[in-house]
Design a protein around this ligand. Structure first.
Ligand SMILES: N[C@@H](CCC(=O)N[C@@H](CS)C(=O)NCC(=O)O)C(=O)O
Length: 227
């Protein structure tokens, strides 16, 4: 079942439950990149229809003056556009907004404790684990040469840190199916999407990290991972 933002709710910014069908949410998107994927996967899990407006990284459309002045001054994707033209950038902010409007099934936790645990793991995955993958890319790829002050030594250090964090995460996961136990949350999606850039930086999981590989393969097998 798919749900859409009702025009009146989107337009007035009320945080009312999203309960009308047949209305699509527009997102500026690229098929590559972990952050757009994060939102696509989240929406697939929630049954939220996304209208994807393609922005070409290859043509650097996101760096155009028009994009920066009308969509996201930071020249990044994804960006959600509401019916009244309001733009919401930052993948986590987008998912949180959609969660408020479309609470079922809950992916940000049901209770104060669960919500804190989702936040804890979401931040750990993004800021302790997968940030290292994006830092390798950002500090080595010619694509970022004009926008990042590239420090190759930092890329090397990030590679080492990434491998350490993979071991840490493997131990933390133990025999759990998901980060919080037996139920998928946004923290899993946030982490999984961050790992999709690994092949671009020639990083692989050490085969001995069986808990991490089991967790990753399980997420990769969900239909939402194709989004
Ligand atoms: N914190 C932002 C990061 C957005 C981001 O870095 N997006 C990447 C794609 S994964 C991007 O647009 N990169 C283009 C560039 O840096 O030129 C979020 O969570 O949405």
């Amino acid at each position: 079942m798919h749900w859409q933002l009702p025009r009146s709710i989107a337009g007035s910014h009320q945080l009312a439950p999203l309960l009308t069908k047949g209305h699509t949410v527009k997102m500026y998107n690229s098929p590559s990149g972990s952050n757009p994927k994060k939102v696509r996967m989240y929406c697939a899990e929630k049954g939220i229809d996304l209208e994807l407006a393609h922005v070409s990284f290859g043509k650097e459309e996101h760096r155009s003056d028009n994009f920066k002045s009308t969509i996201n001054s930071l020249a990044r994707l994804p960006v959600l556009e509401l019916d009244d033209g309001t733009m919401i950038a930052e993948s986590v902010a987008i998912c949180r907004y959609l969660e408020e409007l479309h609470p079922e099934p809950p992916l940000f936790g049901n209770t104060p404790l669960e919500r804190a645990q989702v936040e804890m793991w979401s931040r750990r995955m993004e800021m302790e684990v997968t940030v290292n993958i994006s830092n390798i890319l950002r500090h080595t790829s010619p694509f970022f040469a004009t926008t990042v002050v590239q420090v190759p030594e930092f890329a090397d250090a990030s590679r080492k840190t990434a491998l350490q964090r993979f071991e840490w995460l493997n131990d933390e996961l133990g025999d759990k199916t998901y980060l919080l136990g037996d139920r998928l949350t946004f923290a899993d999606i946030n982490g999984y999407a961050g790992f999709v850039m690994m092949s671009q930086v020639e990083l692989e999981f050490d085969p001995k990290l069986t808990n991490l590989i089991r967790w990753y393969d399980n997420l990769a097998s969900r239909p939402s991972a194709e989004a």
